[in-house]
Design a protein around this ligand. Structure first.
Ligand SMILES: Cc1cc2nc3c(=O)[nH]c(=O)nc-3n(C[C@H](O)[C@H](O)[C@H](O)COP(=O)(O)O)c2cc1C
Length: 171
């Protein structure tokens, strides 16, 4: 798919088909995330693939925003590895790194004809505990992945954009 077409046709999918995501397609999505840049190339993020009935049941019991996707990616950052800014104490890059990798995965999924949704409506600490994540990992987001249901359409928010010049300022 042309890159512009990928950008144009991506939207947040909240209803999925039951059919599973092919292994090769999922692998391409995960590999796209693996290509993403990170601060100092530390790669402090971790991506957990939830696709077993048990894992899906667990994540669906923790948030309604896992929807009925056949795969949910759970992205975390390792607090012992993330880059700390040399100038400002407390400024760390873990969430940025996880977000960039996740954006790569979201766009590659769209390129594969798959739908996704970026989700932060879930109890982060409780979810990390439920899945037995190491103590030094902070969960950043969930990303349901699957084929959009036949009646899935973009929400009204999809096309609501602030004027370009309100966002972009030339100084
Ligand atoms: C940081 C972030 C958090 C989000 N969290 C949720 C969420 O918890 N549940 C949900 O249904 N959508 C969530 N979304 C999706 C946004 O609502 C959606 O991207 C926005 O309304 C624009 O719509 P579009 O993605 O269809 O273009 C989130 C998006 C971002 C970037």
């Amino acid at each position: 798919m042309e890159f512009q077409e990928v950008l144009n046709q991506r939207y947040s999918v909240r209803m999925y088909e039951e059919r599973p995501v092919e292994e090769e397609k999922l692998r391409k999505v995960l590999e796209a995330g693996h290509m993403a840049p990170t601060a100092k190339n530390i790669q402090p993020h971790r991506v957990y693939v939830l696709s077993s009935p048990e894992a899906l049941e667990k994540i669906r019991s923790l948030t309604r925003c896992a929807f009925n996707a056949p795969v949910v990616l759970m992205v975390s950052v390792n607090a012992d590895e993330e880059y700390h800014c040399m100038f400002d104490e407390g400024v760390v890059s873990g969430e940025e790194d996880a977000a960039i990798a996740s954006t790569y995965m979201m766009l590659e999924a769209a390129n594969q004809g798959l739908g996704t949704c970026w989700v932060n409506y879930f109890p982060h600490a409780e979810t990390a505990k439920a899945f037995g994540l190491p103590e030094n990992e902070r969960l950043v987001l969930l990303m349901p992945v699957g084929y959009p249901a036949e009646n899935s359409v973009p929400s009204a928010n999809h096309t609501k954009k602030r004027p370009f010049d309100e966002i972009v300022k030339v100084l």
